[in-house]
Design a protein around this ligand. Structure first.
Ligand SMILES: *Cc1c(COP(=O)(O)O)cnc(C)c1O
Length: 387
């Protein structure tokens, strides 16, 4: 019996090391890892520059309180601001913390302008914003909130695509609309650019804020630094996490100066958030999220998706849809995907589930064509067996 609680249905498989796109077991068996810690190891395993950065910083200084200036954090925030819509950053340690901070910023902004009652957040039903008490209620998922009452008020929900309901939900107490630009856990559902644009317009008309959760789809995974760049909009608040740490836990909320002004001393904090060790790694990740890498994401994405579409044609009773953007790819099956994922694993390919029978495929952003070929071969083999 494991001393670990049983809150995960873990596979009976573990690893002793990783290298790029691969994970290796104690017995030396090699798996192609197209989970990458769920979009976390954006640069693959054991990235040399990240190893150097953490080694170097670990000998100097790990942690100091946010009561003091942290130059490594000043630097990372400055770079994120220079690169994006944002004027200001608060560092956290995880995605859930980042989305919670996003909610706090939105509410505190309206409070700061004397509109304290403007505090409701509109979200998509069965979306995913993390596992803390507020985040599960933001997600509006029965499965995630069950047994964790009382219900946290302040969140309203509409179904993905139900624009009439969304419009009806907006009232004088609405502070923000918060959606994932690409729904990850919800089944790799890309919110179309025209829709993001229309939501931005709606927010402007109603004087409410737009929060785009880019915890999973952000930091290059979509083929652009942020997935919302496809829609050419400017959000007000963007929580990030997963990819920015390359495997080190980092979260952050990015925001415009308009809302950041509300976050005066004492309004928010985190003991660990933005410590020198984390920031050194974050900077080393950002060094590598350049145009070359984004080009690779787009090229590899096209290649992967084109060939998955071919497999869909070849196995029309098995594969319902290929969806996603960049290297956030979903293979939607007609039936439950559990067995399919297990078979892929038996063929040394690691993938992970998402809602709606989706097999989620998350290669590192520096994946090679030859590695995608290995994956395609395994997927074809499993389809052939199950056909
Ligand atoms: C993973 C995820 C989160 C939560 O991140 P944690 O680090 O697990 O707390 C929030 N939002 C989205 C879109 C995610 O994919």
């Amino acid at each position: 019996m494991s001393a670990l609680a049983q809150n995960y249905k873990r596979k009976n498989l573990s690893f002793v090391k990783g290298k790029g796109s691969f994970l290796i077991t104690a017995k030396g068996k090699k798996y192609l890892d197209f989970v990458q810690g769920i979009a976390v190891n954006s640069l693959g395993h054991a990235n040399k520059k990240l190893i150097n950065a953490i080694n170097k910083q670990s000998k100097k200084l790990w942690h100091v309180s946010n009561a003091f200036k942290i130059p490594e954090g000043e630097k990372l925030a400055g770079r994120l601001v220079k690169k994006t819509f944002a004027d200001s950053v608060i560092f956290q340690n995880s995605g859930a913390e980042a989305t919670e901070a996003a909610i706090k910023v939105a509410r505190r902004y309206f409070y700061s302008i004397g509109k304290e009652n403007k505090n409701r957040i509109i979200c998509i039903k069965n979306s995913f914003h993390g596992r803390t008490i507020a985040a599960i209620h933001a997600s509006g998922s029965k499965k995630m909130t069950q047994g964790f009452g009382p219900k946290i008020p302040g969140f309203d929900h509409f179904n993905f695509g139900d624009h009439n309901k969304l419009k009806k939900l907006i009232n004088k107490n609405t502070a923000a609309i918060m959606i994932e630009t690409v729904m990850g856990e919800g089944g790799i559902k890309v919110v179309p650019s025209w829709c993001i644009k229309a939501i931005r317009k709606l927010c402007n008309q109603k004087g409410i804020l737009l929060i785009l959760d880019e915890v999973q789809c952000g930091i290059g995974r979509s083929g652009k630094f942020f997935a919302f760049e496809y829609a050419k909009v400017k959000p007000d608040i963007v929580p990030i996490a997963k990819g920015i740490g390359g495997g080190f836990p980092i979260g952050a909320v990015l925001m415009t100066k308009k809302v950041a002004k509300a976050m005066i001393p004492g309004t928010h904090g985190s003991t660990f958030g933005g410590n020198p060790l984390a920031m050194a790694v974050g900077n080393a990740v950002l060094d590598q999220i350049n145009n070359n890498l984004l080009n690779n994401v787009n090229k590899m994405s096209n290649y992967f998706i084109t060939n998955l579409e071919k497999l869909k044609k070849k196995y029309p009773k098995l594969i319902k849809e290929v969806r996603g953007v960049g290297l956030l790819i979903g293979l939607q099956l007609f039936d439950d995907q559990t067995f399919f994922i297990k078979k892929l694993m038996e063929n040394n390919l690691l993938t992970i589930r998402a809602a709606e029978n989706v097999v989620r495929i998350l290669p590192p952003l520096n994946v090679k064509k030859s590695e995608i070929d290995i994956a395609l071969k395994a997927i074809n083999k499993v389809c052939n067996e199950l056909n």
